[in-house]
Design a protein around this ligand. Structure first.
Ligand SMILES: C[S@@+](CC[C@H](N)C(=O)[O-])C[C@H]1O[C@@H](n2cnc3c(N)ncnc32)[C@H](O)[C@@H]1O
Length: 216
């Protein structure tokens, strides 16, 4: 199985539980909501895409604040749930490593915790691809885990069990400097960076980073 097949199979398996347990998580994440609000405003009337949207709860939040929002995910089961939960919102199955969108077609991208399963080489490819589809001055907000009690930045956590399912997937802890460098090399400037502690009882207890970039 390729990396993408393993990621897709894992998320197809956990999609229902993921949605049930995390579908309302934004209620307990005021800082995340503020960052999403900022991007929805910055994008004005341009297309805004939630890349690696999972069950679509972040997409739905954006769609309440912005017209022209689309959710994209590798997992067909995630997209099936996202469509049922959010009938008025557009969703499609696609990989962020090979997007069908034309060059310079999107005004903004949200990628919340969707690069966390990509190998270091795939992270470069994904960020190049995000830059390719962004309009000049377009916006990218991406987030990822930096470290936790057991893992430091650069470490990989191989999961064999998740949400009660047997899975086969790697989760990467990532140094913000690495992603900043990739964004710079892909033609984006990091204009804001937020590092925060976990919200107790709401999410996995990791230290997290949010980078807001603008295409040059
Ligand atoms: C940790 S979940 C995050 C979901 C959602 N963004 C959130 O904040 O809850 C990671 C998501 O990224 C998706 N994903 C992983 N690799 C992907 C790829 N190459 N292209 C598109 N989506 C991908 C997975 O299917 C999964 O739904």
């Amino acid at each position: 199985m390729s990396d993408e097949q393993r990621i897709r199979a894992t998320y197809d398996q956990v999609a229902h539980k993921y949605h049930r347990e995390l579908g309302a998580e934004l209620d307990g994440k005021p800082l995340d909501r503020a960052l999403l609000d900022a991007v929805a405003e910055l994008c004005q009337d341009e297309p805004l895409v939630d890349l690696g949207c999972g069950p679509g709860h972040v997409t739905a939040y954006l769609a309440e604040r912005h017209t022209g929002v689309t959710g994209i995910d590798l997992s067909p089961e995630m997209i099936r749930i996202a469509r049922i939960e959010n009938p008025g919102v557009e969703f499609r199955v696609e990989s962020m490593l090979d997007l069908s969108a034309g060059d310079a077609s999107w005004g903004g991208i949200i990628a919340f915790y969707s690069i966390i399963h990509l190998t270091p080489r795939q992270r470069v490819q994904a960020i190049q691809e995000m830059s390719r589809v962004l309009q000049p001055s377009g916006w990218l907000l991406l987030s990822f885990h930096i470290n936790d009690e057991d893992f430091k930045a650069g470490d990989v956590n191989h999961l064999t069990e998740w949400f009660g399912h047997d899975v086969d997937i790697d989760g990467y802890f990532i140094d913000p400097d690495e992603i900043t460098k990739h964004m710079d090399e892909a033609g984006m400037s990091v204009v804001a960076s937020t590092i925060r502690q976990p919200n107790p009882d709401v999410e996995y207890p990791s230290r997290r980073c949010y980078l807001l970039g603008q295409k040059k």
